[in-house]
Write a protein that binds this ligand. Structure first.
Ligand code: DGJ
Length: 301
């Protein structure tokens, strides 16, 4: 509402006390290509921390400030601007009364492959960083968080060097993996996981692994989060559906007060100028047990 573009990439939304809180990566400054990585196009900007914006109607957004700040004076810290801080997601823990943020933490060559966790007493933060880990001893890159209707929560992340997704159950305070995990979509090279529960079934949309370039999305379904996930195909239909409308999924947002209505949230990355990356939001609808996302230039529910 202050006229500045929203700077919240790879984001996710928490709904709390009738307010939507959008958390995302702050991308600003010069985009460079990391020279030591010759096998892939590793374009990056310095990590800027995690932003938070709030809204009551999903149209007007207020900047709430830095939810998680970087630590510029310690180059060995996970939150140093020279690291990677991506895809933050926040859920509320009813038992502890804390808001819990998980995010992808990495080194600039993405070999660190860890999940970081932070907590706050307030939805918008500021969050206190607790540290990072390899959940259940395994690599963790692109990730999302999911809180089920029974209060159990899961960290779902790309593992095994981007080959396989791991579903990690979290402890009851949501601060650590409980030790129970499941390997899913084995060997399918999926990243950017986003999950939704609809009519007692679970749906997971992922992208392929092609750096910042768009590719074909796929969704899978399961009867329980730790159950068997069955790949179903591309949820996007119509023109440019093989490139996810030039975007990569980051979150599926249930719209409050509108049962069965969801918003597909995605990033349209601009690898040559990452701060200029844009957002693609589209209606996500279910046709029985099939997900359908179509391009519409202008829409409202
Ligand atoms: C694809 C991931 O989905 C993004 O979050 C980011 O890590 C880029 N790769 C980096 O190239």
């Amino acid at each position: 509402m202050d006229g500045n573009p929203i700077n919240a990439h790879g984001g996710g939304i928490l709904f709390d006390h009738n307010t939507y809180y959008w958390f995302g990566e702050i991308k600003s400054g010069k985009t460079i290509r990391v020279k030591e990585d010759t096998s892939w196009e590793n374009f990056r900007v310095n990590a800027g921390g995690i932003s938070c914006y709030s809204s009551h109607d999903l149209l007007h957004w207020k900047y709430e400030g830095l939810a998680l700040a970087t630590v510029p004076n310690d180059s060995s810290h996970d939150l140093h601007p020279g690291r990677v801080i991506e895809r933050p997601k926040v859920i509320y823990n009813q038992i502890t009364g804390k808001y819990v943020m998980w995010m992808h933490i990495d080194s600039r060559d993405y070999s660190y492959a860890r999940a970081g966790v932070a907590v706050s007493d307030n939805p918008a933060g500021p969050y206190t960083y607790l540290g990072s880990m390899r959940p259940n001893g395994a690599m963790s890159r692109d990730m999302t968080l999911f809180k089920d209707t029974n209060g159990r929560a899961y960290l779902i992340s790309t593992s095994e060097n981007n080959a396989t997704i791991h579903v990690n159950e979290l402890t009851s305070d949501y601060l650590k993996p409980s030790g129970k995990f499941k390997r899913i979509l084995i060997g399918l090279n999926r990243e950017a996981p986003a999950i939704v529960k609809h009519n007692h079934k679970y749906y997971l949309i992922t992208s392929l692994c092609t750096g910042w370039d768009p590719n074909e999305a796929m969704y899978a379904t399961a009867d329980s989060v730790m159950g068997h996930w069955t790949p179903k195909g591309n949820p996007c239909a119509g023109e440019n559906n093989l490139k996810t409308f030039n975007s990569q999924i980051t979150f599926i947002l249930p719209v409050r007060g509108m049962q069965g209505k969801y918003i597909f949230m995605a990033d349209r990355w601009n690898k040559a100028d990452l701060p200029d990356s844009r957002y693609v939001w589209l209606p996500l609808v279910f046709q029985n047990e099939k997900i359908m996302i179509q391009w519409v230039g202008k829409w409202r529910f």
